[in-house]
Design a protein around this ligand. Structure first.
Ligand SMILES: [Fe+2]
Ligand SMILES: [Fe+2]
Length: 276
C-alpha cells in the first residue's frame, strides 16, 4: 500500500513512546544524539546562538528551545542548532541568484509547507486534547510527534519571515481544519485517530518527496541544504506514519473510506496552500 521508497533512519518503537513522560524526555535526548551521528535521519531545531534575521540582526523571538515544545535542550541539541544555522544562511545566499520563476517556485514550496505544518500541529493538538482524558497512555506518543511538528513549523515560519515570502493567508483555516480532523477522529477512537495520522503522513511524505525532486531543478549547490531539511522532515513524517500503523490504524472503523477522504482532503489543501 505504501509506495514511498526512502531510506529511513532510526525510529522509536511504540514501546519506547508509551513510556512515562520522564523516560520519554530521556529517550528524545538519546535519539537526538543518535541522529546527530547519522547521515540518513536527523532532527533540527533553532539555536539561540543562530538567531539572526536576513540582515544579520538578532531576532527577538529566537531564544531557547522551540516555543511550546517540551524537547530538552542539551549538548547534542545545541550541535543541531549550529547545523541549522548553516542551512538558514544557505537559503539566504541562494535567494538573490534565483530567477523570478524559481523564486515563485521556492516561495510556493515554503508557503505550502508552512500551511501543512500548521495543519499537522493542530491535528496533534486535537488528538492530544481528546486523549489526555480518554487514553492518557497515548499522551507521550502524541507529544513526541507533536514536538517534531512544532520544529517543522518553526523552521518554515522562520524561512518565510527571513526571505520575505508571503505566508499562507489561510492560517486560521488550517488551524481549525487540523484541530477538527484531529479531535474528531480521536473522538471516534484510537484506531481512527491513527488512521487519520497514517493518511495525512502518507500524503505529506509523498508531497515532500515531490518537492525533493523539484528542488533538483533549481540547480544551485546551496539548495542542497534545503533538500537536507526537507529530507529530514520527510523522515519524521514517515516515522509518524509507521507509529500510526503500529498503533492499529488499520483496525479503524471504515478504514478505507476514512483514509481516502482524509487523503483527498490533504491533496486539495496542498493545492490551495501553494497559491493562497
Ligand atoms: Fe511535519
Ligand atoms: Fe508528521
Amino acid at each position: 500500500m505504501l509506495r514511498l521508497t526512502v531510506q529511513r533512519g532510526t525510529r522509536p518503537t511504540v514501546a519506547a513512546l508509551t513510556r512515562p513522560l520522564v523516560s520519554q524526555a530521556r529517550w528524545t535526548s538519546q535519539h537526538v544524539h543518535k541522529s546527530t551521528c547519522s547521515t540518513s535521519t536527523t532532527h533540527s531545531t533553532i539555536p539561540a546562538a543562530a538567531a539572526t534575521d536576513a540582515r544579520g540582526q538578532s531576532s527577538s523571538n529566537s531564544t531557547g528551545p522551540i516555543p511550546g515544545s517540551s524537547l530538552p535542550v542539551d549538548e547534542e541539541t545545541q550541535s543541531l542548532f549550529e547545523r541549522f544555522k548553516d542551512y538558514r544562511t544557505s537559503l539566504q545566499k541562494v535567494w538573490p541568484r534565483l530567477t523570478p520563476h524559481q523564486r515563485d517556485l521556492l516561495s510556493s514550496m515554503l508557503r505550502v509547507n508552512q500551511a501543512g505544518e500548521i495543519g499537522a500541529n493542530y491535528i496533534y493538538k486535537g488528538q492530544h486534547a481528546v486523549f489526555t482524558k480518554s487514553q492518557p497512555a497515548l499522551g507521550p506518543v502524541i507529544e513526541h510527534m507533536w514536538d517534531q511538528e512544532k520544529k517543522h513549523l518553526h523552521v518554515f515560519d522562520r524561512f518565510i519571515g527571513q526571505n520575505r515570502v508571503r505566508p499562507t493567508l489561510l492560517r486560521p483555516l488550517w488551524e481549525t481544519a487540523g484541530f477538527v480532523v484531529g479531535a474528531g477522529t480521536a473522538l471516534i477512537g484510537k484506531e481512527a485517530a491513527m488512521a487519520c495520522t497514517e493518511a495525512v503522513e502518507t500524503v505529506i511524505g509523498q508531497h515532500y518527496d515531490d518537492q525533493l525532486r523539484e528542488l533538483l531543478t533549481l540547480d544551485d549547490p546551496e539548495i542542497e541544504n534545503l533538500r537536507k531539511i526537507i529530507q529530514e522532515f520527510r523522515d519524521d513524517e514517515l516515522e509518524h506514519l509507521d507509529t500510526a500503523v503500529d498503533l492499529d490504524a488499520h483496525k479503524a472503523p471504515a478504514y478505507e473510506a476514512l483514509t481516502q477522504v482524509i487523503k483527498q482532503g490533504c491533496k486539495v489543501a496542498i493545492e490551495v496552500a501553494k497559491r493562497v
